[in-house]
Design a protein around this ligand. Structure first.
Ligand code: F6P
Length: 534
C-alpha cells in the first residue's frame, strides 16, 4: 500500500463512501435546507454550486484534510516562486508569471523572468496593433488580412479554443485559422480560398521539431514560395518558440521570432506568445483583459483558504469520485456553443498532465489518477449521449458550464432557453423522477425510470468575456495542479507521448523506402506492407 492509500484520511474517506452509498441527493437536500448555499462558492466573476454532488460536510472536511496532508499550501508557493517542480525535466512551472503584470520579481536560475515576459508581450501588442490597423504589408505590398496559426497540442488547442470562445470579440476583417493535423486536408482547407500575398503564417511550436507542425510549415513555405518567391518568406512567416536554433535553421529571421521559455508547459502556454494569433484576432486590450482574468484566479488560488478555494474544491470533488466511487470519466458540458473546443483543450490539460502511473518517488501508484475527460456543448450533447448519463449503468460526474448573460444583445430568447436546459439537466440528473419510481410493480415502467443521484457541479460565469474565460481556464489549470499534488505525481512532463512519435518516424521511413521490417510484430508488418503496395 502507498502512504496515500494507507493514510487514515484515505481510509476515513472510504468509510464515508460506504456510508453515502445508500443516501440519495434528495435526502441530503431534505435534511439540510441551506445545502445549496453551504456548497456554493464564488470568486471574481465565477461561481460554483457543488451541492448536487454525493457529499456532505463530513466528506468535504475529510477531503480538505487530505489536501492539507499533501502539503498543498507549500507546493503552491513553490510553483509560484519558480522552484523546479517539474523535476523530471529540471524545469520551473511558471505559467502564472505570464499573466502577473505586477512588479513582483520571479526568479528562474537567478534571473527575474518578468522583464522578458513584458518585453515579448510588448512586441506581440505592436504586431497585433499593426495588423488590426491594416498597417502590415506582405511581400507584394498587399495588406495582411489572413492569419494562419500552425501548431499542435498546446500550441494549438489553447489559442484555437480561445479564438472560438471569444469569437464575439474578434476583428471580423481578419481571417484567423488554425492548422494542426498532419493530414494535408487540414492545411489545404485552411488556405484554399486565401491569397498568399495577404497571408501570414504563425508557426507555433515550443520545440520547433514537432513532426506535424514542421510538415505543415514546409507545405506553407511551398505555398508562399510558389506564389511569391523565396524572398517572401521574411514577410509571411513568424515563429513562436523556445528554440532559436531550430527557428533559424528553418530560415525564419530571429527578428520574426517571438520567444517563450522552457518554464512554460505547452498545455499551459496560452498566455505566452503562443497566444499571438488570439491576440491578433481579439486585439491586445481584450488579450490583456484575458490575462487579468487568469491572474485573478491565480491570486485566488494562491491566497484563499482551501474551503473557499474554487480550484482546490473542484480537485477534491474529482478525487472523491475517481478514487472512492471509482468513476473513470468526467464530462465537461459547456452550455455555450462558443466553448465547443473547451473539452478538447481540457482533455490535453488534464490527461497529459495527470495521466500518470508513477509517483514522484518512482513508485507505481496503487490508486487511479486522471479520469478520462470528454464532452460536447449542450444542448447538442443532450440529443447525443445524455441518455447514458440519465439511465446508463456507469456514474459520470458532470461539470456544467454556463453564463448568466448572453454575449449578443439580440439572443435573449435563445439564451434563456439554453440556460433553462442546463439547469434542468442538472436537476434531472440529481433528483430523477419520483413518480416513476413508485410504479414499482409494473416492469415496463422501468424503461421510463429516472433514478436520479447522478452528480454534477454547476459552474456559472456572468458572461463569456475574455476576462471570465481567463478565470475559467486558470481555475481548471489549478484544479489539475491540486490533483497532481495529492496524487504525488509530476503533472508537468509528458513522456507518454514519446514512444508513438518515435515509432511513427521509423515506420514512415519504412513506408517510403525499401528498408526491412524486421523489428515489428506480424500485424504491424502487414499494415506497413499494405501502405507500400499502393
Ligand atoms: O506530443 C505532445 C506535445 O509535446 C505537447 O505536450 C505539446 O503541447 C505538443 O506536443 C506540441 O509541441 P510543440 O509546441 O513543441 O510543437
Amino acid at each position: 500500500m502507498s502512504d496515500l492509500t494507507d493514510s487514515s484520511t484515505w481510509q476515513e474517506l472510504k468509510q464515508h463512501h460506504d456510508r453515502l452509498l445508500n443516501v440519495s441527493l434528495s435526502d441530503l437536500f431534505k435534511e439540510d435546507e441551506v445545502r445549496a448555499s453551504s456548497f456554493s462558492r464564488s470568486v471574481a466573476d465565477l461561481s460554483i454550486d457543488f451541492s448536487k454532488n454525493l457529499i456532505d460536510q463530513d466528506v468535504v472536511d475529510c477531503l480538505l484534510k487530505l489536501a492539507n496532508e499533501s502539503d498543498l499550501k507549500n507546493k503552491i508557493s513553490a510553483m509560484f516562486r519558480g522552484d523546479k517542480i517539474n523535476f523530471t525535466e529540471h524545469r520551473a512551472v511558471l505559467h502564472t508569471a505570464l499573466r502577473d503584470i505586477s512588479d513582483q520579481p520571479v526568479f528562474v536560475d537567478g534571473v527575474n523572468v518578468k522583464p522578458q515576459v513584458q518585453a515579448v508581450l510588448g512586441r506581440m501588442t505592436k504586431l497585433a496593433n499593426l495588423i488590426n490597423n491594416r498597417q502590415l504589408n506582405g511581400a507584394t505590398g498587399k495588406i495582411i488580412k489572413n492569419i494562419i496559426n500552425i501548431g499542435i497540442g498546446g500550441s494549438d488547442l489553447g489559442p484555437a479554443s480561445a479564438y472560438l470562445a471569444l469569437k464575439d470579440y474578434t476583428n471580423k476583417d481578419l481571417v484567423v485559422r488554425f492548422v494542426s493535423n498532419v493530414d494535408y486536408s487540414d492545411f489545404y482547407n485552411a488556405v484554399v480560398d486565401l491569397d498568399p500575398a495577404e497571408t501570414l503564417f504563425i508557426i507555433s511550436s515550443k520545440t520547433f521539431t514537432t513532426e506535424e507542425t514542421m510538415t505543415n510549415t514546409q507545405s506553407a513555405r511551398l505555398w508562399i514560395v510558389d506564389a511569391l518567391g523565396e524572398s517572401a518568406i521574411e514577410k509571411h512567416f513568424i515563429a513562436v518558440s523556445t528554440n532559436k536554433t531550430a527557428v533559424e535553421l528553418f530560415g525564419i529571421n530571429l527578428n520574426n521570432m517571438f520567444e517563450f521559455w522552457d518554464w512554460v508547459g505547452g498545455r499551459y502556454s496560452l498566455c505566452s506568445a503562443i497566444g499571438l494569433s488570439l491576440m491578433i484576432a481579439i486585439g491586445s486590450d481584450n488579450f490583456y483583459a484575458m490575462l487579468g482574468g487568469f491572474n485573478k484566479m491565480d491570486q485566488h488560488f494562491f491566497n484563499s483558504s482551501f474551503d473557499t478555494n474554487l480550484p482546490v474544491l473542484l480537485a477534491l470533488i474529482s478525487i472523491w469520485y475517481g478514487n472512492f466511487w471509482q468513476t473513470q470519466t468526467s464530462a465537461i458540458i459547456p452550455y455555450s456553443y462558443n466553448l465547443a473546443r473547451l473539452p478538447a483543450y481540457l482533455q490535453q490539460a488534464v490527461m497529459e498532465s495527470n495521466g500518470k502511473s508513477v509517483d514522484i518517488n518512482g513508485n507505481l501508484v496503487d490508486y487511479q489518477t486522471s479520469p478520462i475527460i470528454w464532452g460536447e456543448p449542450g444542448t447538442n450533447a443532450q440529443h447525443a449521449f445524455f441518455q447514458l448519463l440519465h439511465q446508463g449503468t456507469i456514474l459520470v460526474p458532470v461539470d456544467f458550464i454556463g453564463f448568466i448573460k448572453a454575449n449578443n444583445k439580440d439572443n435573449k430568447i435563445h439564451h434563456d432557453k439554453l440556460m433553462a436546459n442546463m439547469i434542468a439537466q442538472a436537476e434531472a440528473l440529481a433528483f430523477g423522477e419520483k413518480q416513476s419510481l413508485s410504479q414499482g410493480d409494473d416492469l415496463s415502467s422501468r424503461h421510463q425510470m429516472f433514478t436520479g443521484n447522478k452528480p454534477s457541479t454547476f459552474i456559472l460565469g456572468k458572461k463569456l468575456t475574455p476576462e471570465i474565460f481567463g478565470e475559467l481556464i486558470a481555475m481548471y489549470e489549478h484544479k489539475i495542479f491540486t490533483e497532481g499534488i495529492i496524487w504525488g505525481i509530476n503533472s508537468f512532463d509528458q513522456f507518454g507521448v514519446e514512444l508513438g512519435k518515435k515509432l511513427a518516424k521509423n515506420i514512415y521511413q519504412e513506408i517510403i523506402s525499401d528498408s526491412l521490417l524486421s523489428n515489428h510484430d506480424a500485424s504491424t508488418v502487414s499494415l506497413i506492407k499494405k501502405m507500400k503496395d499502393v
